[in-house]
Design a protein. Structure first.
Length: 65
């Protein structure tokens, strides 16, 4: 599974980071950093990454099976 990130849509709410801090982080300016950009999410992070994507209030994150 991968996560598709629409960085232009992200408003920096940080809910994804709350759900999956090993996958998503926000910097001091509120910019999203996705640890597994362009690659499959490792199995040990898949559930948390899915929760993080689902928690985005502006749908900037989407799960790609």
């Amino acid at each position: 599974m991968q996560i598709s990130v629409d960085y232009a849509r992200c408003e920096g709410h940080g809910l994804c980071e709350d759900q999956a801090p090993d996958v998503f982080t926000l910097d001091d300016e509120g910019d999203l950093h996705y640890r597994f950009e362009g690659q499959d999410v490792p199995a040990e992070h898949a559930v948390a990454a899915g929760r993080g994507a689902a928690s985005c209030p502006v749908a900037a994150l989407k799960v790609v099976p």
